[in-house]
Design a protein. Structure first.
Length: 164
């Protein structure tokens, strides 16, 4: 099992629980001390199967494994023409991946929830990237929807609580 924080394979099991055909474990990385949950299928014939990747339920209803690279790419597209060097993309993706790993024990995480986490992070770091991601996330197609988004951006820029 690789640590989601440092990618080390050296970890110890702190707690283990079994429920139906799954084993839930709390692990601690021996390298960095990071604690993280894992979910494993319990094999019937050939022993235990490897760690299950967290599942993500897409907008069309399909369920797919969580893909860190897809998330990183979608954020990279949003910050492409802005202050890319000022947006900690890797940190944002790592935090979201950690949240998905800890909250997905057996259940698929909705892509809308992941998108909301991305929006929250981008809003703190880059307004333009936030608006670009929001327009895709909310599937804006008409000029009225985009005008509404521009109004929201103007309110953000005028807000003292948003920051510079």
């Amino acid at each position: 099992m690789k640590c989601p924080n440092c990618q080390s394979e050296d970890s110890k099991v702190l707690d283990s629980r079994q429920k139906k055909d799954r084993r839930y474990r709390k692990r601690c990385c021996n390298q960095c001390g990071h604690r993280y949950p894992t979910t494993e299928l319990i094999g019937t014939v050939s022993g235990d199967l490897p760690l299950l990747a967290p599942s993500v339920q897409k907008k069309n209803g399909k369920v797919a494994p969580f893909d860190r690279n897809k998330l990183m790419q979608s954020i990279s597209v949003a910050v492409r023409k802005s202050r890319r060097d000022q947006v900690p993309i890797n940190d944002i993706v790592s935090a979201i991946e950690q949240e998905v790993n800890s909250s997905s024990l057996g259940d698929a995480v909705n892509t809308v929830d992941i998108g909301e986490q991305v929006l929250k992070a981008l809003r703190e770091h880059d307004r333009l990237a936030y608006v670009r991601y929001l327009s895709v996330h909310q599937q804006m197609e008409t000029s009225d929807e985009i005008k509404s988004l521009i109004g929201e951006l103007e309110n953000l820029l005028a807000s003292d609580s948003y920051g510079k």
